[in-house]
Design a protein around this ligand. Structure first.
Ligand code: MN
Length: 251
C-alpha cells in the first residue's frame, strides 16, 4: 500500500487582519509523490489528542523547512538576530518528532526539520551563524541569490553513513538557505555530513530506524537541478513502506 507521509505545516500570515493559513512549498509534495509516497499535510493542531490521532495514521514523518525554532525549547534567550518563529508549528512538531523517534516511525528532516529533530531530542542550535560562528562560508547564499538551486557549498559525508550509502557518494555541492545550525547534538543522533567550515549538514538517528536530517534543501534539487537526491526520498519512502507492513503484521 502507498505509504502516507505526514508533513506538519508552516503558518503563513498574508494579511494582519486575516487568520493564518497553513501549508508548504510545492517541492516537498512533489518530492514525495515522485517516489511513490502519498503526502498528507498536518495542520498545527494544539490539541495533542487530535494531533496524535493524525500521527497514528501516518507511516512516516517529513519535517520540512521554515522559520526559526523558539530558543526557549533549548533553554536560551532569543538572540538579536533570531528570525521569525512559528509558535503553533513548534508546538505541533516537537511532540510529533519525539513520538516518531521513540516509536521507530521513519523521519526525514529538512533544514528547519533537522533542527526540530535535534531540539526535540534535547539538542541546541546556533541562533545565527554569522553572529555566533567564525566562518567565511555564506550559508544563506542560495536564499540571498533568490535561487533554491544555487550550489552554495560543498558537502562532506561520512563514508560509513547511511546517507553516503543512499546517495552513493562522499562529497557533492549543495544549496544552502539557513542562518541557524546545530550547536549541541542530541544524544540520539550522530553527525554524518559537514560543510567545509565544520557546520553540521546532516544527522542520522541512533535508534535503529530510518532517521535522517539534512540542512540543505534536497526537495528543491531532486526535480531537475540534482536528481541524485531522489534516492534520499526513495529510501525514506521505502522505509515507510517497511514500517507500515511491520505495523500491519503486529495488528
Ligand atoms: Mn549550509
Amino acid at each position: 500500500m502507498t505509504p502516507i507521509i505526514g508533513i506538519p505545516c508552516g503558518t503563513f500570515h498574508d494579511r494582519a487582519w486575516c487568520p493564518p493559513s497553513f501549508g508548504h512549498r510545492k517541492p516537498y509534495i512533489d518530492a514525495i509523490v515522485n517516489v511513490g509516497g502519498a503526502p498528507l499535510l498536518i495542520p498545527p493542531i494544539q490539541d495533542e489528542k487530535v494531533l496524535r490521532t493524525i500521527y497514528e495514521r501516518i507511516d512516516g514523518l517529513l519535517l520540512a523547512g521554515g522559520g526559526d525554532i523558539a530558543p526557549t525549547y533549548y533553554g536560551e534567550e532569543p538572540h538579536k538576530h533570531l528570525g521569525p518563529v512559528d509558535v503553533l508549528r513548534d508546538q505541533a512538531e516537537m511532540p510529533l518528532a519525539r513520538w516518531a523517534f521513540a516509536e521507530g516511525k521513519p523521519i526525514l528532516g529538512i533544514c528547519r526539520g533537522m533542527q526540530v529533530l535535534n531540539v526535540a531530542l534535547g539538542g541546541s542550535l546556533y541562533q545565527d551563524i554569522p553572529a555566533q560562528l567564525e566562518t567565511l562560508l555564506e550559508h544563506n547564499s542560495s536564499y540571498t541569490r533568490e535561487d533554491w538551486t544555487y550550489m552554495a557549498h560543498k558537502l562532506n559525508l561520512d563514508p560509513a553513513s547511511q546517507l553516503a550509502h543512499v546517495l552513493g557518494l562522499q562529497n557533492m555541492m549543495t544549496n544552502s538557505l539557513h542562518h541557524q545550525s546545530i550547536k549541541e547534538l542530541a544524544s540520539g543522533l550522530q553527525v554524518v555530513a559537514w560543510a567545509p567550515d565544520g557546520v553540521v549538514e546532516a544527522v542520522e538517528g541512533l535508534n535503529g530506524h530510518f532517521v535522517m536530517g539534512v540542512q540543505c534543501h534536497p526537495e528543491a534539487l531532486q526535480g531537475q537541478a540534482d536528481t541524485r537526491w531522489q534516492a534520499l526520498f526513495a529510501a525514506f519512502v521505502t522505509s515507510c513502506v517497511a514500517y507500515q507492513q511491520q505495523t500491519l503484521l503486529v495488528a
